[in-house]
Design a protein around this ligand. Structure first.
Ligand code: SME
Length: 158
């Protein structure tokens, strides 16, 4: 496909519904995980303009920074630490409306105010997480959870 994204106006749901087939087309026929994570992060950042969008991958029992869009970030996160490490430990999506109220939140940037972290699962095992940060409070809800979980479901190891 042409490597340019059609940016959609409309409700958040409409934006996801138009974006998902474009992400599918970007991933189609490409087996390399890093390439696919990179384009997925770029597509999400371009459509929604969030402060930070990126992936951490499980390596040697830590989360290690992977492809992302946004300012430089912490490179390693331990299981159970911060929002990312908690999402990994619980193998579930976490929505944090106000990061300052999340015990143990890891502040890579003081500009980040709310966050959603979605685990990447293969046969019930977490192999990474998608982390999205907003510079505004309370930016993520069940719509984001539903569609971001669909998007990470398109990403396959190797
Ligand atoms: N805030 C995250 C750390 C990663 S950065 O936001 C990119 C956390 O608490 O896990």
């Amino acid at each position: 496909m042409a490597e340019d994204l059609k940016i959609i106006q409309g409700s958040k749901q409409e934006q996801y519904l138009e974006l998902i087939p474009q992400i599918k087309a970007l991933l189609e026929g490409e087996p390399d995980l890093v390439a696919n994570l990179a384009n997925t992060a770029a597509a999400l950042k371009e459509q929604f303009g969030w402060f930070w969008v990126g992936f951490y991958l499980v390596k040697d029992d830590e989360l290690v920074l992977g492809p992302f869009q946004g300012p430089v970030a912490c490179t390693r996160i331990k299981k159970g630490r911060g929002v990312c490490g908690s999402s990994w430990a619980q193998a579930k999506t976490l929505i944090v409306p106000d990061v300052e109220k999340f015990p143990g939140h890891i502040a890579c940037s003081s500009l980040s105010k709310s966050e959603i972290v979605v685990p990447l699962l293969l046969e019930g095992e977490v192999f990474g997480v998608l982390d999205v940060d907003s510079a505004d409070l309370d930016q993520f809800d069940q719509i984001d959870l539903t569609y971001l979980e669909q998007i990470v479901g398109l990403l396959k190891l190797g």
